[in-house]
Write a protein that binds this ligand. Structure first.
Ligand code: GLN
Length: 495
């Protein structure tokens, strides 16, 4: 493991500026790291040639004095972002071989800011999952292992598990993710890295394969809060091609980084302290509360009374939108085609072979809750509860500036665990889904280790459009936690 792969984005930008190394050197170190860790299966497609071309161009650009926010920084791109000329699959057989003729707005912005693309990372199929075990291209493995000697391969979380695994394993300096119900925050927590889902509308959804359009939001992974701020700044901004993208100025988050939280009010939602919460999660949360007090914040108890309805509401709305979005995969327009005797047979054959089990389950649930007899009972009711969940947050934010909660109810689990019962898997999202339904920004910061030596995350939730406060509180957590642990394979090589 070369030292270059252990740098932060900020550190690498300084090194590039001081001519300690070039983007080509930095990129080569990361390409080597990707190649030597293929057993983790984090990437579906590696793009070393593109990366080296971009790095060369970036070195020239820098020499001419033109320096973007991520000039020369090698990144991993979740394979849900369409990339011009590079296969984009959403981890589905349905899209295998699909090569977009266009670039997603977010990846275009990253490239305009000088970023280098190492490849496309795996995810749960169509971003549906919490474990990256539903990818058509196989499971992604978390570089972390339990310290109990069982040597079990653990999930990296999901759906953006390829991105989180790649970052924890020092294969990339930053990565894109998308978060519909927790897919940035939960994998960040499972892999001991940092991830932010901004306010809905902050980043353009144009060119991102759609799962549930009213919830999907792009965001960033990095290994610390400051790097996440740099990444998000480069990705954000209004896009006339996405009518849900907000016409708002993008704050200069990277320069605001580091302000303290003295006098800030941090809310602790009592409904998140659920029955049966594992002791180590409860302890981590209490530790986080103590850190906030030590940093000069005031702790306020708040109530989000509709929290218990968030998961059922999400698992009606997200499948409903997915069933509608995924209707476009008909064997005619994109990717896979399995021909039959007539058009209907072709649709059926293509969709039966193209989609995996979890995607089919969601399409069936979604079609059911949208069907004539059940629309009012499920879909409309869920929309009403969604509004109540948003109102809960608005009320809580009259009393505080941000909320602090655990990110996930457990540490990373072994591949195969939780597979017997989809509901068990859905419970992973219990702390992340409410903010998704409300469209609010949320971030996970690594804050401690489980009894088995695995990373655990704390989640910071903010008001709409107030990512700045989220970054400030996250930074305070980061400083107090001083999380320096690394997966054993990485720390051995780094030593
Ligand atoms: N785990 C959640 C789901 O399965 C969230 C996924 C996501 O945020 N893309 O739907």
């Amino acid at each position: 493991m070369s030292d270059l792969t252990n740098l932060t984005i900020k550190g690498a930008l300084t090194g590039l500026e001081n001519k300690e190394f070039s983007s080509v050197e930095l990129t080569k170190a990361h390409i080597d790291s990707v190649e030597s860790q293929r057993h983790l299966n984090a990437f579906i497609v590696e793009t070393p040639e593109i990366a080296l071309q971009q790095a060369e161009a970036s070195d020239k650009k820098r020499a001419s004095g033109d320096v973007g926010l991520l000039e020369g920084i090698p990144l991993a791109i979740k394979d849900l972002f369409c990339t011009k000329g590079v296969q984009t699959t959403a981890s589905s057989h349905m899209l295998e071989g699909f090569i977009p003729q266009y670039e997603s707005t977010v990846t275009q912005k990253l490239f305009d800011n000088g970023a280098v693309m190492l490849g496309k990372t795996s995810l749960d199929e169509f971003a549906m999952g919490s474990s990256n075990t539903t990818s058509y291209f196989g499971n992604v493995i978390n570089p972390w292992k339990r310290n109990n000697g069982d040597n079990a391969d653990l999930v990296p979380g999901g759906s953006s598990g390829g991105s989180s695994s790649a970052l924890a394993a020092r294969m990339a300096m930053g990565a894109t993710g998308t978060d519909t119900g927790g897919s940035i925050r939960q994998p960040a927590a499972f892999c001991g890295i940092t991830g932010i889902k901004p306010t809905y509308g902050r980043c353009s959804r144009w060119g991102i394969v759609a799962f549930a359009s009213s919830l999907d939001q792009a965001g960033a992974f990095a290994r610390n809060v400051e790097d996440c701020a740099i990444m998000l700044q480069a990705m954000s901004g209004h896009d006339p091609k996405d009518s849900t993208s907000a016409n708002r100025e993008v704050p200069n988050w990277s320069s605001l980084y580091g302000k303290d939280i003295k006098g800030m009010k941090i809310g602790i939602p009592k409904e998140y302290r659920m029955d049966g919460m594992p002791e180590e999660i409860a302890n981590l949360w209490d530790q986080g509360i103590a850190w906030m007090k030590e940093a000069g914040a005031e702790i306020v108890d708040v109530s989000l009374p509709h929290t218990k309805y968030a998961l059922p509401t999400y698992y009606i709305i997200a499948p409903a939108e997915a069933s509608s979005n995924l209707a476009r995969y008909d064997g005619v327009r994109y990717g896979l085609r399995e021909t039959g005797d007539n058009l209907i047979d072709t649709y059926e054959n293509t969709r039966s072979k193209g989609f995996g089990e979890e995607v089919k389950r969601r399409i069936m649930i979604g079609t059911y809750v949208l069907s004539a007899g059940y629309y009012d009972a499920y879909y409309i009711k869920a929309q009403k509860v969604r509004r109540l969940i948003l109102q809960d947050f608005e009320k809580a934010y009259e009393k505080c500036d941000a909320l602090l909660t655990p990110t996930a109810p457990s540490a990373a689990f072994a591949i195969g665990e939780n597979e017997d019962d989809p509901i068990k898997m859905y419970l992973n999202d219990v702390f992340t889904v409410p903010a998704s339904l409300a469209g609010l920004p949320g971030m996970s910061v690594p804050a401690g280790l489980s009894a088995d030596g695995l990373p655990l995350g704390l989640q910071i939730l903010g008001k709409a459009w107030d990512e700045e406060t989220v970054f400030r509180v996250a930074h305070a957590v980061e400083q107090a936690a001083n999380f320096t642990a690394m997966p054993a394979t990485i720390s051995r090589k780094a030593a």
